[in-house]
Write a protein that binds this ligand. Sequence first.
Ligand SMILES: [Zn+2]
Length: 250
Amino acid sequence: MSLFHPVNLVCPACNAVFTMPAVGSVNADRRPDLRDDILNDSFQDTVCEACEAEFRLQPEFNYLDVGRGQWIAAMPAGRMPDYLEVEDQVSEVFETSYGSKAPKAAQEIGDGLTVRLTFGWPAVREKILTREAGIDDVALEILKLDMLRNMENARIGPGNELRLVGDMGADLAFAWIASDSEESTGDEFLVARYAYDTIASDPEPYAALREDLTDGPFVDMQKLYVGRGRGAPPLPETDVDAILEEADEE
Ligand SMILES: [Zn+2]
């Protein structure tokens, strides 16, 4: 089932108060239209009844697509600095829904699901797009780290994200996007899919990065920059560079 609940909102433009249905969970198998809405950036859009200003609720829902093997906890962009706590909460929700604490029938479904946590609309859209394109999201994050290393004016910073935005076959389209407003902060650009294939087909040189990226459901290269990691401190940027440089030389 896909579940909605009414929420009271204050219009950011005119301060009028009104109610809209906010989504709590999306079942993409039964409601493929909601998946389409996420992909075309219109899901949870709304218009103020008083002044007709348009705005969008931040995501806060669980996304299930059994057919494509995806389970995503989609959280608001602003919660990313607390990703360790949110990872723990989300892992617990999954365990009781489809994991070790769930009924056997649900566990069987859970065995086929990849568990992910995202912050903001551009991130959840990217995970859905990545699966659609047949791309391993961990290898994609390693590709982004490699791209950053070769960019003179890398704009990585809190709230400014590098996201896969399109699959053009031989090329992959990327863009810099503000995680909360979803506004583009630079031009879209293309990277040859070959660059991704090189990383995905030979994972060994990137094993340390892969381990850091998958130590919880938040699989996003930004976690290497956010600060404290899980257990060991996150890899300093220089180590990321060293790993990628060594991989280049092989
Ligand atoms: Zn208004």
